[in-house]
Design a protein around this ligand. Structure first.
Ligand SMILES: [Fe+2]
Length: 251
């Protein structure tokens, strides 16, 4: 394995006790150390928020725990900068939830990481995904679709992803899905998005170090990206777009 590439992890569940991710400060720090070994130099904490999927952590509690995590991380993993965001369930009225400050946008920008339901036999249609994301754009927000490669309806009709991208929806792919995921349709959709130059951000979607929880595995997926696209594009996906759009660097 060649040396790890540098990247900004734009999707993680490290606000301990806020969702189904890390359950303790220790576990969150251990995840950050693993992410660092993979090559992360900045990480967005993006706890789930959405009554529909059973997560509605109190915003003040999330902020407080995030600040505690930041303090501890500064001691134990000083190479990593931490930022706050949310993985919002993309309901029709998401714009109202944002205005009520129920949870957080990406580092207080207009960008919002959005997900749809996808587990077991429960999944959402292309129409609903498209309609709710476009409503958010209409209201002046900038949606980033979390792991578009995972949605069954979109896997079956990839051109719908292009339609969303052309409408202004940015895409965050889980690096794991680019190479390591054994589900062929998920992997192929992630790779298709890369070769069509429709990925803007990369993430780990790490949930924990406990058995059955997803840890950060990005190296192999990033290597695939660098081998199958050009360096300028891969750098933008790995860190450049997040720096420019979420951190407002280099403007
Ligand atoms: Fe997630």
């Amino acid at each position: 394995m060649e040396e790890a590439k540098r990247f900004i992890d734009t999707h993680s569940h490290i606000v301990f006790g806020a969702d189904d991710g890390a359950q303790s400060l220790r576990e969150a720090i251990d995840l950050l150390k693993l992410d660092r070994e993979e090559g992360a130099f900045a990480v967005f904490a993006t706890p789930h928020y959405g009554r529909e999927n059973g997560f509605a952590p109190d915003a003040a509690m999330v902020r407080e725990k995030f600040e505690l995590l930041k303090e501890k991380a500064a001691e134990e993993v000083p190479e990593i900068e931490l930022y706050l965001g949310t993985e919002w369930y993309c309901a029709w009225d998401l714009g109202d939830r944002v205005h009520r400050r129920d949870a957080f946008r990406m580092n207080d920008t207009d960008y919002m990481l959005c997900e749809f339901l996808e587990y077991g036999q429960v999944y959402e249609t292309c129409e609903k995904i498209s309609c709710n994301l476009k409503e958010l754009i209409r209201r002046g927000f900038r949606p980033v679709l979390a792991h578009p490669e995972r949605y069954r309806a979109m896997q079956e009709d990839r051109e719908r992803l292009r339609e969303l991208w052309e409408a202004g929806v940015l895409m965050q792919v889980n690096a794991y899905d680019l190479y390591l995921n054994s589900k062929a349709r998920t992997r192929e959709t992630a790779q298709w998005l890369a070769t069509e130059r429709m990925i803007s951000f990369i993430g780990s979607d790490m949930h924990g170090t406990r058995p059955g929880k997803k840890g950060p595995r990005l190296k192999e997926g990033l290597r695939w990206l660098y081998e199958h696209t050009d360096e300028e594009y891969a750098d933008a996906v790995a860190f450049g777009n997040a720096e420019k759009l979420f951190l407002k660097k280099g403007e």
